[in-house]
Write a protein that binds this ligand. Structure first.
Ligand code: NAD
Length: 252
């Protein structure tokens, strides 16, 4: 049976790890040909190997999402490899250091905004014209529950994700008539290196998060990937400008 993204081509930033890798695996399992764009070569190539091992098609493209030339090049790479850009997931991101606002170094604020928000802006800027030229496409940006909450421990992160939510809505409205749907997935705490990289032991951290989540546990990356898959699929053909929470009910 053909997959729900059979023969589509997809570009995923931050595909070397965590949620991006899970999106890449889910898309490939549904028949998509996937470009993994990341600064992490080893992880990116490992995602490619994992996809090939399950019989899919994938390629790695080294790209820093903060660099305009790299982002243009990753779109070009996708076109050269697979001939179209049907789906794009602007997912690369960092958590940044945990500190109250008055202790946050200015350089750290700039770094978090550059990767998490400027990276999504650049992705949209160069993916959308290609999608318009070919008659349409779908984009999913990775925001976060942090877009809707005070970031007392990570104010730059929260600001960057609110920015991603805003860019998503702006692009969705501006390009709907030209066949480009743009949505965001807003994960809650998800078991990836980004979350577990903190100083706290992983099991303590997971327990602490789980205690606040109505579903009683943090998410697995594959569960977030299923939301992204649906947003990119024809089943979501009437959905655009949506900030889709996948957070175990934490904002309910
Ligand atoms: N894990 C969570 O709890 C959680 C919750 C909400 C939102 N998110 C968001 O999900 C997205 C993916 O995060 P994750 O949890 O999978 O983390 P991760 O650390 O496992 O993966 C992030 C990936 O982004 C890549 N990356 C970092 N800087 C980059 C750059 N400048 N250019 C290109 N690639 C770059 C990294 O190399 C890595 O492969 C991020 O946008 C993150 O903010 C994560």
């Amino acid at each position: 049976m053909p997959g729900i993204l059979q023969d589509k081509s997809a570009l995923i930033t931050g595909g070397a790890s965590g949620i991006g890798r899970a999106i890449a695996l889910a898309f490939a399992a549904e028949g998509a040909r996937v470009v993994i764009a990341d600064i992490a070569g080893d992880g990116g190539r490992e995602t490619v190997r994992m996809i090939e091992a399950q019989g899919g098609h994938a390629a790695f493209c080294h790209a820093d999402c903060t660099q305009s030339a790299d982002v243009q090049a990753m779109v070009r790479f996708t076109m050269e490899r697979y001939g179209r850009l049907d789906c794009a997931c602007n997912n690369a991101g960092i958590g940044g250091i945990v500190a109250p606002l008055h202790d946050l170094p200015v350089e750290e604020f700039d770094r978090v905004l550059a990767i998490n928000m400027r990276g999504v802006f650049l992705g949209l800027k160069y993916e959308i014209p290609q999608m318009i030229a070919q008659g349409g496409g779908v984009i999913v940006n990775t925001a976060s529950t942090a877009a809707f909450m005070a970031g007392t421990e990570a104010p730059a992160y929260a600001a960057s994700k609110a920015g991603v939510a805003s860019l998503t809505r702006s692009a969705a409205k501006a390009y709907a008539a030209r066949g480009v749907r743009v949505n965001a997935v807003c994960p809650g705490a998800t078991e990836t290196p980004l979350l577990l990289r903190r100083d706290t032991p992983p099991e303590d951290l997971k327990r602490r998060h789980a205690a606040r989540i109505p579903l009683g546990r943090i998410a697995q990356p594959a569960e977030i990937a299923q939301v992204v898959l649906w947003l990119c699929s024809p089943a979501a053909s009437y959905v655009t400008g949506l900030l889709h929470l996948a957070a175990g009910g934490i904002l309910a």
